[in-house]
Ligand binder design. Structure first.
Ligand SMILES: Cc1cc2nc3c(=O)[nH]c(=O)nc-3n(C[C@H](O)[C@H](O)[C@H](O)COP(=O)(O)OP(=O)(O)OC[C@H]3O[C@@H](n4cnc5c(N)ncnc54)[C@H](O)[C@@H]3O)c2cc1C
Length: 406
């Protein structure tokens, strides 16, 4: 097993249940990414009641709250202890190669051999930043979520946040609240209200079965795997953080960053269409929830009546370009997503875009598996509560492979 995040630990538990001898190699400590790679104010966008791993669930007094990154690290660390996971910490896997007997792993603490390898090294190891970053004038410091921790890391003055998904919206809001004047560049996004008909919107995703949809039932799987994270934030007030909320705070909304030329950031038009599409998709999802509630009154329980939300407001005027040399923008924050890092994997299973070639976590190399990737086997695959079903299925396959029945 490579990686002692929640995915690696859940799979370790499934392996232990089948008495399959294994070790979990971790370059840092258990829950490393929650300890080292998150900004200070981050809270889960999934509620506490949903934070569960095989045999371990949140049992505190605030089921509707949202954990801080430190609390998530604690939750995962307790899980590792509870399951007696055989974690070898501070062991970086530097190479994995295949031979006739299985896999040879080179690590920072020595070599290992294994008949099977499960890659649970995470889907978000590196920031995914567009190439235009190199055209941003050198005087403007640039940040990704790997080096941003808090507003005071940034110089005073205007900030351009690029990316309108969960991360971009959360950072734009906190930077604006810190007194900086924020401009957010908006491309395709997934809009969701925090609560719907009196319940957390993720309750509806869960109960109506949307999140359980299997990868082999999804029409455009490539697209589903590329979808940005929904515009959500976990706050004690359970407030909705969408573009209307940012607009009300005074954040300037501009189109998708298309280029940086001669020091000027150029933005695409078409905000109206982009907003209409995101609103339409949100409303379709809410329709699905309403239909499910009408068809399953007992499961749905008592809920507030159906709601529809104000369409995303199109700014009266939105600049098509901003001169990055005129002093209005003093820093740029790239909230343009994440990508996995497989530079250590010397098996030819990574495509030209850097994604693993796999079928529901069964990688195109016998005995090699993956967990924790977007829509790996279900829509919920990358989320903490999504790992249980995926880990069980993938370890079932691995177990059959070891016994020679696949
Ligand atoms: C900003 C952000 C917010 C998120 N919010 C939520 C949320 O609200 N709710 C939710 O359910 N999910 C959320 N997720 C998604 C998901 O739960 C996390 O990405 C989670 O960390 C993924 O778990 P994982 O075990 O797959 O990977 P990770 O937690 O990244 O664990 C992978 C482990 O592998 C180790 N590793 C990597 N490479 C090597 C190597 N070569 N050798 C040895 N070890 C290695 C890493 O150190 C790491 O500990 C969020 C993700 C991000 C990035």
């Amino acid at each position: 097993m490579i990686g002692a995040g929640h995915a690696g630990l859940a799979a370790s538990r499934c392996l232990a249940d089948r008495s399959i001898d294994h070790v979990v190699l971790e370059r840092g400590e258990v829950a490393n990414s929650w300890r080292r790679e998150r900004w200070d104010s981050l809270r889960l966008l999934t509620p506490n009641w949903q934070t569960r791993l095989p045999g371990h669930a949140y049992d505190g007094e605030d089921p509707d709250g949202y954990m801080t990154a430190g609390e998530v690290a604690g939750f995962i660390t307790r899980y590792a202890a509870l399951t007696h996971a055989p974690v070898r910490a501070n062991t970086t896997v530097t190479s994995v190669t295949r031979d006739d007997e299985g896999y040879r792993l080179a690590t920072s603490t020595g070599e290992l051999r294994a008949r099977c390898v499960v890659i649970a090294s995470g889907a978000c190891n590196l920031p995914s930043v567009p190439a235009v970053r190199s055209a941003v004038p050198a005087a403007i410091p640039q940040f990704t979520t790997f080096d941003y921790r808090r507003p005071s890391d940034l110089p005073e003055g205007g900030v351009l946040v690029v990316g309108p998904s969960a991360t971009g919206l959360q950072l734009a809001a906190e930077l604006q609240q810190s007194g900086r004047s924020v401009t957010i560049s908006v491309g395709e996004h997934v809009r969701l209200p925090r609560t719907y008909r009196g319940r957390d919107v993720l309750w509806w995703m869960d109960r109506s079965g949307v999140w359980n949809q299997r990868y082999d039932e999804i029409d455009d799987l490539t697209r589903a795997r590329r979808l940005p994270s929904p515009q959500l934030v976990g706050t004690p007030e359970r407030s909705t953080l969408d573009l209307n909320a940012l607009d009300s705070m005074g954040v300037q909304i501009v189109g998708r960053l298309s280029a940086v030329r001669d020091g000027c950031a150029l933005f695409s038009g078409g905000l109206r269409n982009m907003f209409a599409l995101a609103d339409l998709k949100m409303n379709r999802l809410l329709d699905t929830f309403d239909e499910w509630a009408a068809a399953h009154p007992r499961d749905a329980g008592e809920n507030a009546p159906s709601e529809r939300f104000e369409p995303t407001r199109v700014p009266a005027s939105s600049p098509w370009q901003i001169d990055l040399r005129d002093g209005r923008i003093r820093s740029v924050v790239w909230a343009t997503g994440f990508r996995p890092d497989y530079r250590w994997l010397d098996v030819p299973v990574v495509d030209e875009k850097g994604h693993l070639r796999h079928d529901g976590g069964v990688v195109e190399s016998p005995g090699l598996y993956a967990l924790g990737l977007p829509v790996l086997r279900r829509r919920k695959s990358t989320f903490i509560h999504g790992i249980e079903d995926d880990a069980r299925d993938v370890i079932d396959h691995l177990s059959a492979y070891l016994s020679g029945s696949t």
